[in-house]
Design a protein around this ligand. Structure first.
Ligand SMILES: [Zn+2]
Length: 409
């Protein structure tokens, strides 16, 4: 009851004054096996977990407005330091008064540090213990990221949760390379902590180590010694390895302190999220629901639905008869197929609403199950359902664009 009252107070306070500046507060509401239902109080609102965070790389979730996000119950949006730093840049966002005012998104923001993007998008020039220099993919200019600079930029954005700069080699990199990345990321975590000034921007550390249990343990221990507000598992978002990754994710999750949020970065398909919640992870993000929507692929209780397929030409039923989202309440598969084939933007909007709603509803279902002590039943039931078994089929149905969507942008 105490928690409930404090939520009401906070909501009231937000409606008539600036967001509070209290540091993040984490409380466990229930556990069921290793699965957890938690409450995370942040300056711009409260998260209830397990929580899916729609990806809004450029400070907007593609094809969505803030009102649409609120309507489907999005609790937090994920932005990206690399992209926002390069464009529009710190001066513009500072002049607007931070990322919340600039974007008019009132609920919490988490920003990734940009480490992943530096390695995947930019032309890397130098990488050493001091930081990383790269050529901007936007205008070709040379940019340097250091752990300190990345923390300062995220504090300027005023986000609720900021990620440390890390080095993320692919899971398939050789052991020496992953060992070096673990050590450098730890060094950078310590420097990030040192540079951290604003208590209300919670700093999360990122556990690296690929699929090597000993390196993951070394990384987690080093980060835990820094006593950070939250911890993330990075470097797992390589699609082909999921079956191999599950045991490594489970083992890494077990290393993290029970009284802090645990964030699994960049994963994944609905079944991946259900499995990971079963390992005790709390927070998830992935471009899959938004990117697949723009490619005409919908996640639904029947598995995956490729809207351009000829069988939907005269199908007057909604994407998912069980879904309560705006798209399913109002339009048919036939109409969506028509919009999609006619290259109408509205097709992307409606299918994005549906896919994000599906992911959020999945998390709400997991939370209810954990609170009721029947998560195992939910987990097994979901994985045995057409939606949970669609994994392999999805790659085929989704085509290259969707297989690629597992990677974060
Ligand atoms: Zn729907």
């Amino acid at each position: 009851m105490q928690t409930h009252h404090s939520h009401c107070d906070r909501r009231h306070a937000r409606s008539c004054s600036a967001p509070d500046t209290a540091p993040m507060r984490f409380s466990l509401d229930a556990t069921d096996g290793r699965a957890r239902a938690a409450t995370i109080d942040l300056p711009h609102g409260t998260l209830t977990t397990p929580v899916f965070m729609p990806v809004g790389t450029q400070g907007t979730v593609k094809a969505m407005t803030n009102a649409l996000l609120e309507d489907i119950g999005a609790q937090i949006v994920l932005g990206n330091t690399y992209h926002l730093y390069l464009r529009p840049g710190a001066d513009i966002i500072a002049r607007a008064g931070g990322l919340h005012r600039f974007s008019a998104w009132q609920r919490p923001f988490l920003t990734d540090s940009g480490g992943y993007q530096v390695y995947s998008l930019a032309k890397l020039r130098t990488l050493n213990d001091s930081g990383v220099s790269f050529q901007s993919h936007v205008d070709g200019s040379m940019v340097e990221f250091t752990p300190e600079k990345v923390v300062a930029f995220q504090e300027l954005l005023g986000v609720d949760i900021m990620m440390q700069l890390d080095e993320c080699p692919p899971t398939t990199a050789d052991r020496d390379q992953i060992t070096a990345a673990v050590q450098r990321s730890l060094l950078w975590a310590a420097r990030s902590r040192e540079a951290w000034r604003r208590d209300e921007c919670a700093l999360f550390g990122i556990v690296q180590g690929g699929l090597h249990a000993d390196l993951r343990a070394q990384s987690a221990a080093g980060l835990i010694a820094l006593d950070l507000p939250g911890y993330a598992l990075g470097g797992f978002s390589v699609g082909e390895d999921m079956q191999q990754s599950y045991p490594a994710i489970a083992a890494a999750a077990a290393l993290l302190p029970p009284d802090r949020p645990r964030y699994l970065m960049g994963i994944g398909f609905p079944e991946d999220i259900v499995r990971a919640a079963g390992f005790g992870l709390d927070m998830f993000d992935c471009v899959l629901p938004t990117r697949c929507a723009r490619n005409g692929l919908c996640f639904y209780s029947g598995g995956r639905l490729r809207i351009k397929n000829a069988c939907y030409r005269d199908d007057m039923s909604p994407i998912d008869p069980q879904c309560t989202c705006y798209a399913c309440r109002t339009v048919s598969r036939a109409y969506l197929r028509h919009l999609f084939l006619a290259n109408e933007i509205t097709a992307c909007v409606l299918m994005t609403i549906h896919n994000l709603h599906y992911y959020l509803e999945l998390c709400r279902g997991m939370r209810a199950a954990i609170m009721a002590g029947r998560f195992r039943e939910f987990h097994d039931g979901f994985l045995a359902s057409p939606a949970g078994r669609a994994h392999g089929a999805a790659e085929a149905a989704g085509g290259p664009a969707c297989a690629q969507a597992r990677r974060k942008t």
